[in-house]
Design a protein around this ligand. Structure first.
Ligand code: IVH
Length: 739
């Protein structure tokens, strides 16, 4: 084939394959068999291999993803990506309409009503009909360039044909269809991979992957709902834009209504409420937009959201069902949670069988009895909850429930006595080795935000604990492949082996996890009150995990926080002192003064470390308590023996030492980054953090330096107003080099 023939054939095959992609993914009406499709695909691959210069980055063959990248570039949005103002009642819809009538001076105002898609917002820039870039919303002004990942979405055209204008920026949502999400999660759990909490999280997580070949395996989809920059084309109305989408075969949002009066708008919102549960993605609202583009321009926008649009948020759906029984769940920290076992009922598109009852106090307050008909509610991603009892439907034999009696004062999983700590509403199992606690701790330890040990999903974690393979989280590092290969994750009757492949994966990722940064370890240990940010802040104050129990800084944070809280509680307020004797009152006063003085002293001592409030007194107390406890000490001892020593990757040395080392220019300083830089932002951020600096997203008077690349206008202006030093990349290199 000569080059000209090859060019034509590549174009023909590409167009055909894209057409079949559309038929398959968008219309669910394939015209050819999978085998025929594969054959065409291979023909195109071969031709492109023979004529690499003719292969387009938007060829259908590129939808399988390409080489992994180090990080995402950033790109400025030519037209800002705004938010939408939410409203929660029909009254507010009337208000919105009245505002439009007043501002536009018309009584009839055509408006579009369509579903609000619960996905991840992206902007797709097509230049001369070719997909040039896909960018996340980011901070609204600039976002991450995720083109490689977006290219893998089969239902999204990569080329728009000859009719396309010079620049067409399509905005919309990337989402994961509910069914595909459920299937993917099930498969992941079976393979021992971490599952996602909901389709939105799964979508966001997928789009952040640096390996587009992995993205290609995930079932993502796209729906367009607006436009940004346009060149060589314009629209008079949003309806016209929608017809144009159909013409270009870009997936548009359905169902849609066009109404020009407020009653019509409200009718549409109510109709959508019925239809939305049949949509293949999550929706918790209706978006209403003024149809005329001229009117939109006239109305303009606030700094946050356009004035021509609003999102009506539906109240969480409620359903009645029968509560057959109450069971008890034991959490990671031993908390006993009563769970309602329900007659299955469809709520917001998913079948609900269980709902949380929170604790005994809540059961008493709502007077929930076994056999009652109850109202349950599911709000978005939140776990379904029992809202109230329908007392009129209470059967004569409905049984009141008392948690303590029900479990006979013992943990239902390990039989140790349960207690209700003072000031707590929940009963707790105090046995640290309780299998329920152990498996939930293991789940947290291996989770993505912690040590990210692939291969241990919910099922595997439970079985490992249940069958005694993991008694203590550290046991995970001593598992062997052969031991795991024939490990039964099924039941005795229906055994299912983990297999060698999965076993190897667990052992290998666990080996890598030994080296994970201290912050991830601290979060993974699931110490009460120590979340991700507290863990990160604590890790800044020590060099490695073994320093924590004796850390003077953390001890000071603990003391300061707790004393400060006591003083702030104002124990001298008359309501609290009413019954006190004079001596008692005086003692309290002395204590309060002494505490105030000590807090002041500690504040001064701690000042150079600039400990963020993310690590407060309560978290520090819990952290120290854990590492100083018998089990905490035993764990550290065992880690030492195993040669595991999680190190801080953001350690801030003592300020005095820092000054000596010459690194004082970066240590403890706060940087803000803006504009286009020569390296991915995350890399630069890591460099600064490794040198003991902090990176923040927004400029304030506390900012020390603004690292400004090309562009980055608004932050530059703000830095100038606030008198923040603006530095270049070279300046930063200099500062880092001086160490
Ligand atoms: S139109 C400038 N239509 O919701 C705002 N947005 O909460 C006009 N969203 O950033 C956007 N479904 O990413 C529009 N049918 C829809 C939408 C929708 C979801 C997202 C969008 C926006 C966010 C605001």
């Amino acid at each position: 084939m000569n080059p000209e023939e090859a060019r034509l054939e590549i174009a023909r095959l590409s167009a055909e394959l894209e057409r079949h992609n559309q038929l398959y993914y968008e219309n669910a009406q394939p015209e050819i068999s999978d085998a025929d499709y594969d054959r065409m695909f291979r023909d195109l691959e071969l031709l492109e291999a023979a004529h690499p210069d003719l292969a387009s980055p938007n060829s259908p063959t590129k939808r399988v993803g390409g080489k992994p990248i180090d990080g995402f570039e950033q790109r400025e949005h030519v037209v800002r990506m705004l938010s939408i103002d939410d409203v929660f009642s029909e009254g507010e819809v009337h208000d919105f309409f009245k505002r439009m009538v007043k501002n536009l001076g018309e009584t009839k105002i055509p408006m579009i009503i369509e579903p609000k898609i619960d996905g991840v917002a992206v902007s797709m820039i097509y230049r001369n009909g070719e997909l040039e870039a896909a960018v996340t919303r980011g901070d609204g002004t600039r976002g991450d360039v995720i083109t490689e990942n977006v290219r893998t979405i089969r239902g999204l055209p990569l080329t728009l044909g000859d009719k396309a204008p010079e620049v067409l920026e399509i905005r919309g949502e990337i989402y994961m269809p509910n069914e595909a999400f459920a299937k993917m999660n099930e498969e992941r759990d079976e393979e021992g991979l971490q599952t996602f909490a909901n389709p939105r999280n799964a979508t966001a997580g997928t789009l952040k992957l640096l390996d587009s070949r992995e993205v290609a395996k995930r079932p993502l989809a796209f729906i367009a709902h607006g436009f940004g920059q346009l060149e060589g084309i314009s629209f008079d109305s949003f309806s016209e834009f929608r017809s144009y989408l159909e013409e270009l075969k870009l997936p548009a949002n359905h169902p849609v209504w066009l109404e020009d009066n407020v009653d019509g708008v409200i009718k549409a919102i109510r109709e959508l409420d019925i239809k939305r549960h049949d949509l293949e993605y999550g929706t918790d609202g209706a978006v209403v937009k003024v149809d005329s583009i001229a009117a939109q321009a006239q109305l303009g926008a606030t700094s946050r959201a356009p004035r021509w649009s609003m999102a009506f948020k539906y109240p969480p759906e409620q359903k009645e069902t029968v509560l057959h029984d109450i069971t008890i769940q034991v959490g990671r920290t031993g908390t006993l949670t009563p769970v309602a076992e329900l007659e299955p009922v469809l709520v917001s598109g998913t079948t609900v069988r269980r709902a949380t009852l929170h604790n005994q106090d809540e059961i008493d307050r709502k007077d929930v009895r076994i056999g009652d008909t109850v109202v349950i509610e599911k709000a978005g991603e939140i776990i379904p909850a029992v809202v109230k009892v329908v007392t009129a439907k209470r059967p004569a034999d409905a049984k009141p429930f008392n948690l303590y009696e029900y479990v006979d004062g013992k943990c239902p999983r390990c039989n140790s006595p349960i207690i209700r700590p003072e000031g707590f509403v929940a009963w707790k199992c105090e046995n640290f080795s309780c299998p329920a606690q152990a498996s939930n701790r293991l789940k947290q330890f291996v989770s993505r935000k912690a040590l990210d040990i692939d291969g241990v999903g919910n099922i595997v974690a439970e079985k490992l604990v249940e069958r005694g393979k993991v008694k203590d989280i550290l046991d995970i590092f001593e598992l062997h492949v052969d031991q795991l290969a024939d490990f039964n994750i099924g039941t005795a009757v229906e055994p299912r082996m983990l297999g060698e492949k999965n076993g190897t994966k667990i052992v290998e990722t666990a080996r890598r996890a030994r080296e994970a940064p201290l912050a991830k370890w601290l979060y993974g240990l699931g110490i009460p009150q120590v979340g991700e940010s507290a863990a990160l802040e604590a890790s800044r104050l020590v060099e490695d995990i073994f320093q924590i129990p004796d850390s003077e800084i953390i001890e000071m944070v603990r003391e300061k926080g707790l004393k400060d809280a006591w003083v702030k509680e104002n124990p001298l307020r008359s309501a609290k002192t009413a019954d006190l004797s004079v001596e008692e009152f005086e003692a309290r006063k002395t204590k309060s003064e002494e505490y105030k003085r000590r807090v002041k002293e500690l504040t001064e001592k701690l000042a150079p470390y600039e400990v963020s409030p993310e690590l407060g007194g309560v978290a520090s107390a819990s952290l120290l308590g854990y590492f100083r406890s018998e089990s905490g000490q035993a764990m550290l001892e065992r880690m030492k023996q195993m040669g595991i020593c999680p190190k801080s990757t953001n350690y801030l040395p003592e300020p005095s030492k820092a000054a000596d080392s010459g690194a004082s220019q970066v240590v403890g300083k706060t940087f803000v980054i803006t504009g286009t830089l020569t390296a991915p932002r995350n890399d630069i951020k890591a460099k600064i953090q490794d040198a003991g600096g902090k990176v923040s997203g927004s400029i304030s008077s506390k900012t020390d330096f603004l690292l400004a690349g090309e562009g980055g206008g608004s932050k530059r202006d703000k830095a100038e107003t606030l008198g923040v030093t603006i530095i270049s990349e070279e300046d930063l290199e200099q500062m880092l080099f001086q160490e």
